[in-house]
Design a protein around this ligand. Structure first.
Ligand code: NDP
Ligand code: OAA
Length: 459
């Protein structure tokens, strides 16, 4: 047996047929697929990788390797009965993704960028079932962007997660370089460039919103800590699981190593819904609607802003000229669209949510068109609108296309908007108080306004 400590170059050199002892630091444990690729490149026929961590010897991944250095699946990997390679430390290469490996320099299409690693929680859920295939196809990050997917499930979804991974295998996406699955956030989030936090407990019948805040808050506190420990320092975090603004705040507060500006709560679905309703009313195609802001919370207090929105570059109020409709029909329709859909479908929006997650990502990785903006729930730390500091509040943003964003600071705010912006702010401040115990604050108390406000889907 060759013993190799940490150094991948040495590992490659030391591989012979048979066992290799690999001493890994904690962050490398996830990278079984990476090791497999190295071993393939080393030209052996079969290698057992053992992993040693914190003084403990674990039986590790079994990887079959071949003398070829070109990219192909060289042999059926040794699997447990359910198709997952035999390491159970968490993030785990799946099936065909254990035996393929990155193209060598010169073989990789010249235009391809460095692989981006995307961690997704709730990966066996409905939204993820749409989203993962969009990500893997190149539709979101582009046709020159190889993808690694790290999928987080739980004990209850473990089998379903394998089903998802099997469908990804069978889709033969050229850009999908890795799929790793696991049930420990700290392993699955390792080295993530993006973390799409979708998994959350749905509010059940008779459950108080305060209970939901607490139950889901625990999940996001734990995931924030995990991101803090193991994710890329520049990781972009998009929280989808509800109540997403407050969950994003909890994750952020538990991740002090990370930049608060890299945390977002998804309000893009609300923006898309608002654009659709405005287009319908004006009788235009929806790509002619721009500058739509969703202010505030992803809840029924959200404020779809028709004052600053535009159709064909003109003010919506000049094009639609029906203020009563805008205030009394458009606004509640957008606020309650999630509930209306549940009444039809019997379940909450999944496909359109996945599309809006893709839109939210694209808005951060491509420059915002001149004069336009997009909505995102972002950390409030200095804003010209008088919105309280230290919450996650949806506002108009622009991006240079490098993952960063800046606030749009010149929106017009009239009394109508101001009053509603304040109401959504009050709701978020009240939610923050309910989760004080999860964000390192003392003396929290849970007193939600008007008894109990609603998620868009809770009608
Ligand atoms: N911001 C937005 O615009 C929108 C947000 N949403 C929210 O997105 C979230 C996911 O929606 P969707 O994918 O449709 O939901 P699903 O029920 O299909 O999946 C949710 C996943 O959450 C995970 N989960 C985590 N903790 C629990 C728990 N305690 N009990 C039950 N499940 C749990 C489950 O996965 P596992 O067992 O693997 O942990 C489950 O697969 C929800 O919170 C929903 O309200 C939905 C639409 C729009
Ligand atoms: O309430 C839900 O789970 C669904 C939701 O957020 C929406 O449709 O906007």
């Amino acid at each position: 047996m060759a013993a190799v400590a940490g150094n991948l170059g040495a590992l490659t050199a030391a591989v012979t047929n048979g066992d290799v002892l690999v001493k890994l630091d904690k962050r490398n444990v996830l990278s079984s697929a990476f090791f497999s690729r190295k071993l393939v490149a080393a030209g052996s026929t079969k290698v057992t990788v053992r992993q040693q961590r914190e003084g403990e010897m674990r039986r590790g991944v079994v990887a079959y390797v071949a003398p070829s250095t070109t990219e192909k699946t060289v042999s059926e990997p040794e699997r447990t009965a359910n198709g997952v390679a035999e390491k159970q430390t968490g993030g785990q290469c799946f099936g065909v993704f254990c035996v393929t490996y990155d193209l060598k320099e010169g073989e990789r299409p010249k235009t391809w960028k460095k692989t981006v690693r995307i961690a997704v929680s709730g990966a066996a859920g409905m939204i993820a079932n749409h989203l993962l295939f969009k990500l893997a196809s190149g539709e979101v990050f582009g046709q020159d962007q190889p993808i690694a997917l790290n999928l987080l499930g739980s004990v209850r979804s473990r089998d379903a997660l394998e089903g998802v991974a099997m469908e990804l295998e069978d889709s033969l996406f050229p850009l999908l370089r890795e799929v790793n699955i696991g049930i420990e956030a700290e392993e699955v989030f390792a080295d993530a460039d993006w973390a799409l936090l979708i998994g959350a407990k749905p509010r059940g019948p008779g459950m108080e919103r305060a209970d939901l805040l607490d139950i889901n808050g625990q999940i996001f506190a734990e995931q924030g800590k995990a991101l803090n420990k193991v994710a890329s320092p520049d990781v972009k975090v998009l929280v989808v699981g509800n109540p997403c603004n407050t969950n994003a705040l909890i994750a952020l507060k538990n991740a002090p190593r990370l930049n608060p500006r890299n945390f977002h709560a998804l309000t893009r679905l609300d923006e898309n819904r608002a654009k659709c309703q405005l287009a319908l009313k004006a009788g235009v195609f929806y790509d002619n609607v721009s500058n739509v802001t969703i202010w505030g919370n992803h809840s029924t207090t959200q404020v779809p802003d028709f004052l600053n929105a535009k159709i064909h570059g003109a003010r919506v109020m000049d094009v639609i000229q029906d203020e009563k409709w805008l205030k009394e029909e458009f606004t509640p329709r957008v606020q309650k669209r999630g509930g209306a859909l549940i009444q039809k479908w019997g379940r909450s929006s999944a496909a359109s949510t996945a599309v809006s997650i893709g839109d939210a990502i694209k808005s951060l990785i491509t420059p915002t068109p001149e004069g336009d903006w997009f909505s995102s729930g972002v950390y409030t730390s200095g804003n010209p609108y008088g919105i309280a500091e230290d919450i996650i509040y949806s506002m108009p943003c622009r991006s240079a296309g490098d993952g960063s964003w800046e606030l749009v600071t010149d929106c017009e705010i009239d009394d109508y908007l101001r009053e509603r912006i304040k109401k959504s702010e009050d709701e978020l401040l009240a939610e923050k108080n309910c989760v004080a115990h999860l964000i390192g604050q003392e003396n929290g108390y849970c007193d939600l306004p008007e008894g109990d406000t609603m998620l868009p889907g809770e009608l």
